[in-house]
Design a protein around this ligand. Structure first.
Ligand SMILES: Cc1cc2nc3c(=O)[nH]c(=O)nc-3n(C[C@H](O)[C@H](O)[C@H](O)COP(=O)(O)OP(=O)(O)OC[C@H]3O[C@@H](n4cnc5c(N)ncnc54)[C@H](O)[C@@H]3O)c2cc1C
Length: 188
């Protein structure tokens, strides 16, 4: 579709004027190229090496509590998430979307409350087991993604375009802003 030819495990060797060379010798001519830099933790976290891995992501357990410092929690993009299929030839980052960030935030809040109260309740939810719920920009339209788990194996997964345009994100934004403004954290 759209005349897109994809290359997997494609390590870029060099970028020259009008030509990108891959390590396997493939040359890709271009007039306009867009390259995504590797995803890294925020500078403040990279400046805190005791808390993070080499990329600046906080190393947590499934309750989003730091592995070595139990009074430190993280949520959202800041959390280190290991890929479910180990390392590949070309390094890559696990995609993280808004919904799991929100879910982690709630888990962290609940665990901190319970830690302060001194009870043993500790919520956990591995990143890969969270539902994948996302409205994604996809060029001139948006697509809805619903899966029962972020990572495979999944029992349910569906992706479909919003044929009526891109109002889904606008509605979602209004919903999230209203929810957050009123502190209605019981809502998904
Ligand atoms: C281009 C793009 C498109 C995306 N599209 C989608 C999408 O369609 N659907 C979807 O679900 N997700 C999407 N995402 C992912 C989504 O935006 C993130 O998963 C989500 O924002 C993560 O929330 P967060 O609170 O963890 O991090 P962030 O939203 O990044 O919040 C981190 C905050 O920390 C602040 N901060 C950083 N350094 C400091 C410091 N030193 N001191 C104080 N504050 C600091 C930042 O200003 C920022 O406000 C997209 C991301 C990008 C970049």
């Amino acid at each position: 579709m759209y005349n897109i030819k994809w290359h997997t495990e494609a390590a870029i060797q060099s970028i020259e004027k009008e030509k990108i060379s891959l390590q396997d010798g493939t040359e890709l001519p271009y007039k306009m190229a867009m390259l995504m830099p590797p995803f890294e933790g925020a500078e403040v976290m990279q400046n805190s090496p005791e808390l993070v891995d080499a990329k600046g992501f906080v190393i947590c357990n499934d309750g989003y509590q730091h592995l070595r410092y139990p009074n430190v929690y993280a949520a959202g993009l800041a959390v280190r998430v290991d890929s479910p299929f180990g390392d590949c030839k070309v390094p890559f980052g696990v995609p993280k979307t808004g919904y799991p960030s929100d879910t982690m935030g709630k888990i962290v809040a609940s665990n901190i409350v319970n830690a302060i109260k001194g009870n043993q309740k500790f919520k956990t939810k591995p990143f890969g087991k969270m539902p994948g719920i996302c409205i994604m920009d996809a060029g001139n339209k948006e697509v809805f993604i619903f899966t029962n788990h972020f990572f495979k194996p999944r029992q349910f997964e569906i992706i479909f375009p919003n044929i009526l345009g891109d109002f889904g994100k606008v509605i979602l934004e209004k919903y999230m802003m209203t929810k957050n403004k009123h502190g209605w954290s019981f809502l998904p």
